[in-house]
Design a protein around this ligand. Sequence first.
Ligand code: BG6
Length: 305
Amino acid sequence: MDLALLESLNDRFAFENRLEFAFHESGLIAGHVKTDQCLAEFFLHGAHVTQFVPQDEKPLLFMSSESMFDSSNPIRGGIPICFPWFGSHPSNFEMPSHGFARISGWELVETSWHGESVQVELALKLAPFDLRYVMTFSSELHVELQITNASDELQTCETALHTYFAVSNIANVSLTGLENDSFIDQLTREKHPPSLDSNGLNGSNGPVHPISFEKETDLIYLETSAAIQIHDSDWNRTIEIEKEGSLSTVVWNPWIAKSARMPDFGNDEYQNMVCVETANISPQHMLIQPNELKRVACRHSILQK
Ligand code: BG6
């Protein structure tokens, strides 16, 4: 454990009682936020938000009890950052799933306190890109990935802010906001038209509206820019996700067999999570000109019913 690093983070970036840094039991360094509005936790490893609990609410984010916490593996739960590709590398299967951003150590560059919110900015150089990630913790959770092309040539990349939301039970969950968008089913590779047809009726060829879950679900919605709602009937809450700079949305639940195959995920944990990911995935990958900066952001808030 690097005690000197921890001490310098606390000297330079902590605010007494609101933000401090400590070693997690794994030895990784975590930031802890505690304000009148929320409790939150993030790791420098992966610039990974692992906890966000608005005051008087249940946790917004799901974390697996089986997650690994080490410097070469991704954390399972919270908000992994997928970058510069999504899923398998397009040509080299030895490259890590979802890219390097979530398994890299990020550098803390700035923290600030704005009235009632704590803002934390981290940086990572992943040639040819320079990344910044700004987390804002208030009564809502806002995260923004800033991607600069630091090369002299046009670059392409994919990205996803792969949020794992906590839910009472997946059987109680439905999603709205995606019903007018076509989607690719990653399990069959088939492309489907929107769930609602032009007359507002359920189409025959995909999940009905509103989307609910009764099997493994792995869908990439295309041309999605509207807000998305996760309704949880048992917890009597609706989470809203507002996006910026994102044209794709991934909806994922591993269900039973895939959960059993994942070494860092409990067999029954699929019941307590759903991923709704703010993404840009081929054919909606990002094109970034030399020296251009592009932003991908999402705001997660709990709407009362
Ligand atoms: C989702 C993908 O975004 O991430 C799924 O759509 C994938 O196909 C899931 O299984 C988890 O990926 P990983 O690499 O974290 O196990």
